[in-house]
Design a protein around this ligand. Structure first.
Ligand code: UD1
Length: 341
């Protein structure tokens, strides 16, 4: 029988790509999603890509009784928790919404895992925990900085909740936090991808929507940073590479190859790319011109952050493989395809 993996938020951007990679690696995926920031079509995309109908429960992870029914009904010993809100600006305006959703859902899941004897958990963390780091690239030992938004704080707090619950339940719970850098792009089939609701906050969806004529003009937030071309530096990681990191991390827990009961890994490429480089890379990858201008800095942005990926490379045996140009092509193909669906 195939091993089951519960994937909360599995209809979302990173969750759907991970569901595909897990299915292709031979796992049985059980998705829980409430479509609060995702689309039903992604389930159809997963089915088309893999040829397997994903098991699916429509539920809010904050609803513990609904989650309990998932535990009663399905066989799995591992879970990946993606379900969370992720808009930085909104979290500043509505902190309680973020703390309630992002923390309660995770605590429910962890408590149910303990209650039902399910051991392995992966948590979606973020490079946001490093803030404005003094030394780059950041390693997993780089100290975390006080969060600058409630969203960022939920990532730090959830990491700590996981660490503490693992420590209090030796032998019963093992966890890995994956700190994602900037996930971009889409599956090469263009059947799943990122689908922001309303005006995108993140760079690549804003670029693709500008290229598609949905947005008039991309604003580049600041060209006066202390970087080679004045724009911010980030570590843009292909979403399929990122999804594969989950497959190897969950395998590490299942096969008990983890060295500690709670581990943390940076998941990035190790390569800093500026906003201008990304914009021009998108133009040349897709042979088009983008309408953009330079705007003032965006509040809360850090100048530069990119990953030291040595630990993930050596311990997980994982590294980012897809070329940036292919990732940027996939982002555009998805943008063109999604409007036709
Ligand atoms: C943001 C969040 C981070 C979150 C991640 C994924 C902040 C401070 N951080 O990362 O916590 O995990 O998204 O959801 O918000 N840019 C433009 N024009 C745009 C949009 C972005 O120039 O229209 C620039 C930004 O200034 C930044 C870069 O593009 O330099 C990347 O921005 P974005 O995609 O929003 O990601 P982060 O801010 O790095």
């Amino acid at each position: 029988m195939k091993r089951g993996v519960l994937v909360t938020g599995g209809a979302g951007y990173i969750g759907s790509h991970t569901a595909v990679e897990l299915t292709e690696a031979g796992y049985e995926v059980i998705i829980v999603d409430n479509f609060s920031n995702s689309d039903r079509n992604s389930l159809e995309g997963i089915r088309k890509i893999t040829g397997v109908e994903p098991k699916f429960v429509e539920a809010d992870c904050c609803d513990k009784e609904a989650m309990r029914r998932v535990f009663e009904e399905y066989e799995f010993d591992s879970a990946i928790h993606f379900a969370a809100y992720k808009a930085v600006g909104e979290s500043v305006a509505k902190p309680a919404k973020y703390y309630r959703n992002n923390l309660l859902s995770f605590i429910n899941l962890l408590e149910l895992m303990l209650e039902y004897g399910r051991k392995n958990i992966l948590f979606s963390s973020s490079a946001t925990v490093y803030g404005d780091a003094e030394v780059l690239p950041v390693t997993e030992l780089t100290p975390r900085k006080p969060a600058t938004s409630p969203y960022g704080n939920t990532k730090q707090m959830a990491e700590d909740i996981l660490r503490d619950m693992v420590a209090a339940n030796t032998g019963k719970l093992c966890g890995i936090a994956l700190r994602y850098f900037n996930p971009i792009g889409a599956h090469p089939s263009a059947l799943i991808g990122e689908l922001p609701r309303g005006v995108p906050n993140n760079l690549v969806p804003y670029i693709t929507q500008t290229a598609a004529g949905i947005r008039e003009c991309l604003s580049i937030f600041g060209d006066d940073y202390n970087t080679p071309d004045g724009s911010c530096l980030r570590d843009y990681i292909d979403v399929v590479d990122l999804a594969r990191a989950h497959v190897v991390a969950i395998g590490r827990l299942i096969e008990e190859r983890n060295k500690q009961n709670y581990e943390v890994f940076n998941i990035g490429t190790g390569r800093p790319v500026s906003v201008f480089e990304l914009v021009h890379g998108f133009e040349s990858a897709n042979n088009l011109k983008l309408n953009y201008n330079v705007a003032p800095r965006r509040a809360g942005d850090v100048t530069a952050v990119w990953a030291d990926t040595t630990l993930a490379n050596e311990e997980l045996g994982w590294r980012a493989e897809r070329e940036l140009i292919d990732t940027l092509r996939s982002a555009w193909e998805w943008e063109c395809n999604v409007r036709k669906q």
